[in-house]
Every structure is written in C-alpha cells, then in structure tokens.
Ligand binder design. Structure first.
Ligand SMILES: O=P(O)(O)O[C@@H]1C[C@H](O)[C@@H](CO)O1
Ligand SMILES: O=c1cc[nH]c(=O)[nH]1
Length: 313
C-alpha cells in the first residue's frame, strides 16, 4: 500500500509518515530473535502482536509509581471494565522500567536522563514494530523547572533544545558525533493546546524545552554538591535561555524528540513546571501541591486521547 501523506513535518528524508511503526535498522530483520532485555520481553518468548498490536498511545515519564497511577487514572477515564488494582507491571521480571497497558494505551517509566530514556525508547520502538502497531502517538509527560513562568504551568514543547539552545541531539556513534533534529510535531502540539482550554485553571503555553544532562550544575543550580559559577552568571544564562524561547528545563526531551522523529512517530513533550528558576533552585513546594502539578500533563494528555477516541467533544 502506498504511504499516506499525513503531515508536512519538513523531514529531509521523508515527507510522509508511514502508518505502521518502523525502525531504522537494516540488521533487525535478519535476527532470528530480538530480546528486549530491559523490558524482559522477546520475540520468541512473547506474542508481541497479540500483547501489544492494538496500542495507539504511549505515555512515558520518569517514575514507575507515577506511570502506574497514570495507567489506573486512564483505566477510569476510558471507562474500561475490570479492577484498576489488577493492572499489572508487564516488566515485573526486571526492575529497570515499569510498563502498564490499559486498552490502547501503554504507560511506561523511563528513569532519569538521556541514557535511561534512550535505552527504553530503543526497546519500545522495536516492541511497537514487532507488534505491527499502527498510527501510534507518543507523549512524554513529566516535570520540569520553569523559566519566567508561574509554578504549575504546563509547557507543550515545540522544539527540544540542548544546553546551547540548539534544536538538536548529539549522539556519539563509533567515535563520531551524529546530529539529529529535535523538532516535534507542530500539529500535535497545537491540538494539545486546544485541549488545554478544557482546563482554564491550569496555565498552558507552547515553548522550547531545554534538555540537560544534569539536574544541578547542568541546569544552572547553585545548590548542588559542586558549583562553579556565581548567582549573576546563573541568572545571565537563564535570561539568555528565556530570550532564545526556552520556557522550561528537563532531562529527556531531546533524545525523545530525535528518536521519534527518525522513526516518523508523532510525538509530544508535555511537562509541568515545579518552580520558576529565576526565583530559586530548591523544590520547596508542599508535597500535595507537587502531586497535583504532576497530574496536569496527565489530565491534558488524557483529554487528547479521549478526544481522539471520540469519547469527548
Ligand atoms: O519525568 P520526570 O518528571 O521524572 O522528568 C524530570 C527530568 C528528570 O528526569 C527528573 C529530575 O527531577 O524530572
Ligand atoms: O528543575 C527541574 C524540575 C524537574 N526536573 C528537572 O529536570 N528540573
């Protein structure tokens, strides 16, 4: 069947998105078996098309508990039959990641930072490919530090940028640096912004998200075990980031955007800000407020999913 033109993301290699999830690795098809080691799943040991063939939405976030809670929340939101207490961790044979399936949704934890989410994404994209999934949309739903925004603001990422504010992800492969674009699906970001109108009490913006390789010095914090700069230098850097369009800082968006883009997967990054980094570094917000903040990206993405499934207007 001819590929269907779904959007114009300006991908220099392909102007279309193929509906079936595909991988960009010519070696995979000649392998007799593919062991998804960190998921404790494999093509010979598990019937991946039967287990995952109906997956349409994948939501990823740092913590296993948060992603289990999200799966339970979605079970209710989608009006699925059965007890939420019965939703089990598909990856319980390993403690690297947690994975929950509710209807057409997979909810998976990815740990903290680029290497951790990158390993998870390699295995996730292969899983979707082996399972012959079609028309899958991926979301990273997480937390972040805001720049010039009131805490609790939800940021929908248009471009994930690196610490130099460049919309790219660099990966060292065989001793050479490969540079990949981190542009995300503009249409999807716009649809999410429309969905946010249903939550007038939670401010939502579209902006650049800076992805760093560290929470402390790497994000210009003065409160780590090491600090090599002054308060003035910190504020100057954050102001430069703001002027470049950066509205929040987290630790996974560039590789998430880059890998999804290479595999032509529609993807979005939706993170709530826990604090305004112009005001401080420590996250001192009370626990119950933080819990409510963390639910904001979940509610927004839940609304998008329900809208896509025709469950709400
Ligand atoms: O998905 P989460 O909210 O865990 O992601 C952010 C970025 C880092 O992984 C972590 C730092 O606290 O939170
Ligand atoms: O400041 C923050 C808050 C959450 N996650 C981050 O990476 N940075």
């Amino acid at each position: 069947m001819a590929p269907i033109l779904l959007n114009c993301m300006g991908n220099e290699h392909d102007d279309y998105i193929k509906t079936e999830v595909h991988v960009k690795n010519p070696h995979l098809d000649s392998m007799e078996e593919d062991i998804l080691y960190h998921f404790n799943l494999g093509t010979k040991t598990h019937d991946l098309p039967r287990m995952f063939g109906d997956v349409k939405f994948v939501c990823v976030g740092g913590s296993g508990n948060r992603m289990r809670a999200f799966a339970q929340f979605m079970h209710q939101e989608l009006g699925l039959l059965g007890d939420v207490g019965d939703i089990r961790d598909i990856c319980e044979g390993t403690d690297r990641y947690s994975m929950y399936k509710v209807g057409p949704l997979l909810s998976i934890s990815h740990g903290m930072g680029v290497p951790s989410i990158s390993i998870m994404l390699h295995e996730l994209i292969k899983l979707l490919y082996h399972a012959h999934c079609r028309d899958v949309v991926l979301f990273r739903i997480g937390t972040s530090g805001g720049i010039g925004l009131s805490p609790g603001t939800v940021v929908i990422t248009d471009h994930a940028v690196d610490s130099f504010f460049r919309p790219q992800f660099e990966q060292v492969v065989l001793g050479k640096v490969i540079v990949r674009s981190t542009e995300l699906d503009e249409g999807l970001a716009g649809e999410l912004l429309l969905c946010s109108k249903a939550f007038p009490e939670q401010p939502t913006v579209i902006g650049h998200t800076m992805c760093t390789h560290d929470f402390y010095e790497g994000q210009g914090r003065l409160d780590g075990a090491l600090c090599s700069f002054s308060t003035e230098e910190k504020l100057e850097y954050l102001s430069k980031a703001y002027d470049a369009g950066v509205r929040n800082i987290e630790m996974e968006s560039t590789v998430f955007a880059a890998m999804c883009r290479v595999c032509d997967l529609r993807a979005a990054v939706v993170c709530v800000t826990l604090l305004d980094r112009f005001q401080g570094d420590q996250i001192s917000t009370p626990h119950d407020v933080l819990v409510e903040y963390q639910q904001r990206p979940q509610c927004l993405v839940a609304r998008f999913i329900k809208k896509s499934l025709g469950l709400v207007e």
